[in-house]
Design a protein around this ligand. Structure first.
Ligand SMILES: [Zn+2]
Ligand SMILES: [Zn+2]
Length: 130
């Protein structure tokens, strides 16, 4: 495949990911990128995602079930709602130790943190049902 086309596909994937904050799975991303690149294959998408990840342009997050992708590369934590399955960014964790203290920690360079529970919307909906 010519390099030009290759990088055009990668640019389209990155642009799509940058335009959203829902942390899509590869399949979800595939469905939306195919609207502008109809002949994109799932294999090509996976390859591009790995490449973007290696380049440090995106991050891959496992939510316990699926791999999800995020174009927000500043270190941040995530919160997964177990009712609706949404993955939210948590941006309020800012200090150096991220709220954790442990005698085994020497130096922290970053973090990957996943919180689980029910999101505010699901909690409110539940209250309305009861
Ligand atoms: Zn929810
Ligand atoms: Zn995120």
């Amino acid at each position: 495949m010519p390099i030009e086309r290759k990088s055009r596909q990668r640019d389209a994937i990155l642009a799509d990911l940058k335009s959203r904050y829902d942390h899509p799975t590869a399949k979800e991303l595939y469905n939306s990128v195919r609207e502008c690149i109809p002949n994109l294959s799932l294999g090509t998408l996976y390859r591009n995602l790995s490449q973007l990840e290696e380049n440090g342009q995106i991050i891959r997050i496992s939510d316990g079930t699926n791999d999800r992708f995020d174009a927000n590369i500043t270190p941040h934590a995530h919160f997964k709602c177990l009712s609706c399955g949404k993955l939210y960014d948590i941006v309020s964790i800012k200090n150096d130790s991220y709220g954790f203290s442990d005698e085994n920690i020497g130096q922290i360079y970053g973090y990957s943190l996943m919180l689980y529970g029910n999101c505010k919307i699901c909690c409110e909906n539940r209250e309305n049902i009861n």
